[in-house]
Design a protein around this ligand. Structure first.
Ligand code: IVH
Length: 679
């Protein structure tokens, strides 16, 4: 077998990438990992870069977004894009069915059970796609129904819109017009908004607005980054001799050409089945990955559709059964502040209860104070509440034009509503946090879990389930309480017996003998991990010195920047924390008092590097011992390296150290040095 020529390879890549694209965007069933797709994609980009004349509009690379436009061209729809009539309840649905029956009877087509084809009414934007000889040539918005905007370049970036039809060329009609909805799935929308909230980008009120905003971009490269989808719902024009006879058949044909059609597309006979469909879809509404605002009901037979025709701007053969709105207006009664497990204090809106999408809503999230400011919402305001899927209801907007007089801006409380500790906001962060730490009941469980964890006080057998029980039964409020537990008390708990209770008491006693770094780490101060705790212990030498340190002194420690210094200072300033710490010491937690100030340690100011394999200890052990002597242990050799320890099979680091003239010692020499210095 000979390898393909470059051009053959290009065609192979086209075909493969189109196929993977289809599986990913239309079927939601990719067959290769994303990384493999990216490799194929880059290979095609490379080939096209070498042969620019091989780039065609239908190439998979041409989805990523063409150059920006200055405006969208006006495009007149060959066939107007109509709207739908609405029904809101069963009796008007029944009336719709009866009207159809009457109309059909007038046409000599009387039937007791007309056949309908039903599908969700997707909440996005209607667009029309025109294909010539199987290639997408134009995409247009609905506009006023007669004329829309040509947004071809933007629509080309939507993964589920085929650039070339699937299937055999001879089955493609000369001209094809497909209509459907462009929308943004809910999860992608939430993720996009979360990102915008953090980065200060544009936050959209709902997925529909987000989809509309994305399609309205003059720069297709922006549209390309938005997670849009397209589902087809109408075959508007088809120049082929073979015409489908029903809407259902037409949809199946579109599916074979590579369009996504609704998974809920279904045929039903007569009113009762129709009503069941609408009810069932309503029940599924919250679980669907995208917003729907109703069910669309179409008379299935296309010939009968044509005979019934239109009244004003709505077809007589179709209607929309509307579900309760996902956005409603109500009043903001109060804003309360909740404390999460990590101490984050978040504003929660209390609302005058209102029915939203079939559920009574009386609370909504406000995310954080930046969001409160962005919304400019105040207690007493009328607000628009959105509830979709199982996402917590959100306030999307305050209705500012009828704000009552004398409202005040919402402020973050200075003290934690749960434990009254100070609330602080770290620089550059959106969230405010309670500084109560161990003392705050809201944070207690999480803090206790951390305190008992392996790298902290390492209390064997004190798992999450047990901690939950201890906190819920109020047997433990602070870590020190753990040491007051008796075996009898523990034996009373679920899934505990005398033996396990005794073991736990034993483990608790054992954990009392610890080290200063472990103890500092166990306190659960924000951003103070193992390494920082070690650095602090070495630098200050005693807990006393650390607790009294100023922010400036804290900044002297390696690894401690302004944010961490601020956290540390706030933590030790808090009286509750001071009490908690003293209580632990009173319970007998202790560590060897030998720690000296870092500057006084023999290897203070030196940077050591370990390379190659060591025999007598692991690298971590060697590192720990060097650090205990005041050295900093780094992973790479530079001019600043004081000494390189070269184990067996040392490689490039050794070469580099030698070329820089840095002291190199063997494992034996390291052992000798450690033994000497540790004495
Ligand atoms: S059919 C002549 N089917 O609803 C019938 N429309 O009020 C044309 N829509 O502008 C519409 N999902 O944006 C149809 N499955 C669906 C739909 C759907 C959403 C929207 C579409 C249209 C509006 C009509």
């Amino acid at each position: 077998m000979t390898s393909p020529t470059a051009y053959e390879r290009l065609q192979q890549l086209h075909q493969q990438l189109h196929e993977h694209n289809y599986r990913y965007y239309v079927l939601d069933d990719p067959s290769i990992p994303d990384a493999e797709y990216d490799r194929l994609f880059r290979e095609l980009q490379q080939l096209e870069a070498e042969h620019p004349d091989w780039v065609t509009p239908s190439s998979p690379t041409q989805r990523v977004g063409a150059a920006p436009l200055s405006s969208f061209p006006e495009v007149t729809h060959e066939l107007p894009m109509l709207s739908l009539g609405n029904v809101f309840d069963d009796s008007s649905l029944e009336a719709f069915v009866r009207r159809i029956q009457d109309n059909l009877a007038d046409l000599g087509q009387a039937t007791a059970t007309p056949e309908f084809c039903c599908e969700p009414k997707l909440d996005g934007l209607a667009v029309s796609l025109i294909y010539h000889q199987g290639q997408l040539v134009q995409g247009v918005t609905r506009g006023d129904g007669q004329t829309g905007e040509g947004i071809t370049e933007n629509l080309r970036t939507v993964g589920s819109i085929p650039l070339t039809l699937r299937g055999e060329r001879q089955d493609w009609p000369e001209t094809l017009e497909v209509r459907g909805e462009v929308y943004m799935p809910r999860q992608a929308f939430e993720a996009m908004n979360d990102w915008a909230r953090e980065e200060g980008g544009k936050v959209f009120a709902n997925p529909r607005n987000a989809a509309a905003g994305s399609l309205r971009q003059l720069d297709p490269r922006i549209t390309a980054r938005r997670p849009l989808e397209f589902t087809a719902y109408q075959l508007a024009r088809n120049s082929s001799d073979q015409q489908p006879s029903s809407h259902y058949q037409a949809m199946q044909q579109l599916a074979t050409w590579g369009f996504k059609i609704s998974p809920q597309l279904q045929r039903v006979q007569g009113f009762t089945e129709l009503k069941n469909y609408c009810d069932q879809l309503a029940d599924q509404r919250d679980e669907l990955p995208y917003d729907i605002d109703g069910a669309v009901i179409k008379l299935n037979d296309l010939r009968l559709q044509a005979e019934l025709g239109f009244r004003a701007r709505e077809p007589r053969w179709a209607t929309a059964y509307k579900y309760p709105a996902q956005e409603e207006i109500t009043r903001l009664v109060d804003v309360e502040f909740q404390v999460g497990r990590t101490g984050a204090v978040t504003p929660v809106a209390r609302l005058e209860p209102v029915q939203v999408a079939g559920v009574t809503v009386s609370n909504a999230t406000l995310h954080n104070m930046d969001e409160v400011e962005r919304l400019d919402v105040r207690v007493g305001d009328r607000v628009i509440v959105r509830r979709a899927g199982d996402v917590i209801p959100q306030i999307v907007k305050a209705v500012l034009d009828d704000r009552p007089e004398q409202t005040a801006a919402i402020r973050m409380p200075e003290h934690c509503p749960v434990c009254a500790s100070h609330v602080e906001r770290a620089e550059g962060e959106a969230v405010y946090r309670c500084t109560g730490g161990l003392y705050c009941p809201a944070q207690r469980k999480e803090a206790l879990k951390h305190f008992a964890s392996r790298k902290a006080l390492d209390i064997e057998g004190l798992g999450e389930k047990l901690l939950d029980q201890l906190v819920e039964r109020e047997l433990v409020k602070t870590p020190a309480d753990l040491y007051r537990l008796t075996a009898d008390e523990l034996a009373e708990l679920d899934r505990m017996a005398a033996k396990s209770a005794n073991n736990l008491v034993e483990a608790l006693n054992k954990s009392k003998q610890t080290s200063l770094p472990r103890f500092i780490y166990a306190l659960g101060i924000r951003e103070v991990g193992e390494a920082t705790a070690k650095g602090l212990a070495q630098y200050f030498g005693s807990l006393q010195a650390l607790m009294q340190a100023s922010e400036e002194q804290l900044l002297e420690v390696d690894d401690v920047g302004p944010i961490v210094a601020q956290h540390l200072h706030a933590f030790f300033q808090e009286e509750h924390n001071q009490t908690s710490i003293q209580d632990l010491l009173d319970q007998g937690i202790h560590w060897p008092e030998t720690q000296t100030r870092r500057e006084d340690l023999p290897l203070a100011g030196q940077t050591w590097v370990l390379t190659g394999s060591l025999e007598s200890f692991t690298r971590d052990q060697a590192k720990e011992r060097l650090e205990a002597l005041g050295a900093k242990v780094s992973g790479s050799v530079s001019k600043k390296t004081s000494c390189l320890v070269a184990g067996a099979a040392a490689g490039s680091k050794l070469t580099k150290a030698e070329s820089l003239g840095i002291t190199v010692i063997s494992e034996e020499e390291l052992i000798a040095e450690l033994t000497r210095l540790e004495e």
